[in-house]
Design a binder for this molecule. Structure first.
Ligand SMILES: [Fe+2]
Ligand SMILES: [Fe+2]
Length: 197
């Protein structure tokens, strides 16, 4: 079985025999699968850890993106959003550092196996829908979201931005602590994932 080392990495006591995947045996997969499952079980922890990388840089905003994330999630929670949606709100900007030009796609793909098609769409397209509230100030079309009009997730995405994401730049707003969201994140990523190729 595997052991987690100090960095939380799953280290194996046994290794496979193959050096090319097409030579792998059933026994090889019997070695790997429990280790992969153990690593998968750490997904929520890794998401929470990565979220912390949003601390610090404020880009001139009055809150940093970590506070913005907590505030978006708190606003969703306060409005009675279901737990899945609250977690989407918490992690919707988690891709800001690694995928600044397509951060909605980044977050949505992390969430996708564990959330509804609607919440996948919300995470995926929130940057464009958020644009409704400011694109006209930066020379872009604030109605760009209209190309998704008619999509069943259109209104949920518009509401997500209007009620929770857009106003979540307020330094006076009192957010729930991350500890309040941690069990929600753990429960979401403990769901049986849907499979995608
Ligand atoms: Fe965003
Ligand atoms: Fe945001």
């Amino acid at each position: 079985m595997g052991l987690a080392n100090k960095k939380g990495m799953i280290m194996s006591a046994r290794q496979v025999g193959f050096t090319s995947l097409d030579e792998a045996t059933v026994e090889d997969f019997a070695i790997m699968h429990p280790l992969m499952a153990a690593e998968h079980a750490g997904l929520a922890d890794r998401v929470l850890k990565y979220l912390e990388l949003l601390k610090g840089a404020d880009l001139g905003l009055r809150v940093d993106r970590y506070v913005h994330s907590l505030q978006t999630a708190t606003r969703a929670h306060a409005d009675g959003a279901d737990e899945e949606t609250v977690v989407v709100a918490l992690v919707h900007d988690i891709g800001d550092l690694l995928a600044p030009d397509n951060h909605g796609a980044f977050a949505s793909e992390i969430l996708r196996p564990f959330v509804s098609d609607q919440n996948y769409f919300v995470a995926r397209h929130h940057p464009l829908f958020q644009g409704y509230f400011y694109f006209d100030k930066v020379g872009k079309d604030r109605d760009a979201r209209e190309r998704f009009r008619g999509n069943p997730a259109f209104q949920a995405t518009a509401d997500f931005c209007e009620k929770w994401d857009c106003p979540a730049f307020d330094p006076q707003y009192e957010s729930m602590p991350i500890s309040a969201f941690e069990p929600m994140v753990q429960r979401l990523f403990a769901r049986t994932p849907r499979e995608f190729d």
